[in-house]
Ligand binder design. Structure first.
Ligand SMILES: O=P(O)(O)OC[C@H]1O[C@H](O[C@H]2O[C@H](CO)[C@@H](O)[C@H](O)[C@H]2O)[C@H](O)[C@@H](O)[C@@H]1O
Length: 141
């Protein structure tokens, strides 16, 4: 996603090859200004949401699960599981992912048992796992 935050680790790696930590901080701060945290504007969001239906859209990798080496082992922690289940009690909640939908179905529905969530996957373009299934780019469940 274009709005993914610059990873601090990646920035710190760059520091070792000649980019100063000041530059890394500037990069991160610039990103934060462009994509401010919703948590810092919570009251404002609540005011604007009054009398409106709130729907929650969440990313999977790096959001609901940590980034790990093996994509098949990117699991939702118990703590995150409870948090998402709690959110889904109050708001329609969907996971929108770059993964293949069947993999997302397995991780979210079968493994985590979060059957109350909607989920959509765009076939895992990042992994080059796109298969010619004759489907549209985005499937919704
Ligand atoms: O839109 P997302 O739900 O964030 O999915 C984007 C891609 O995520 C997965 O790859 C990323 O996470 C892996 C597991 O932590 C990691 O090994 C990989 O380096 C990351 O790029 C997933 O495998 C892809 O299919 C998704 O497109």
């Amino acid at each position: 996603m274009m709005s993914s935050s610059p990873h601090r680790k990646k920035i710190l790696k760059e520091v070792n090859i000649g980019v100063s930590s000041d530059d890394a901080d500037v990069t991160y701060l610039s990103w934060e200004i462009k994509y401010p945290s919703a948590l810092n504007s919570f009251q404002q969001i609540m005011r604007q949401a009054r009398n409106k239906q709130i729907v929650i859209f969440l990313d999977y990798d790096g959001t609901l699960s940590p980034i790990v080496d093996d994509p098949d082992r990117a699991f939702i922690s118990n703590e995150m599981h409870s948090a998402v289940r709690n959110v889904a009690k109050y708001f329609p909640t969907a996971i929108i992912s770059g993964r293949r939908r069947d993999k997302l179905t397995f991780l979210v529905y079968e493994l985590a048992g979060l059957t109350e969530l909607y989920h959509a996957g765009s076939h895992g373009g990042v992994d080059q796992e796109i298969e010619d299934e004759g489907n549209e780019d985005l499937d919704f469940t």
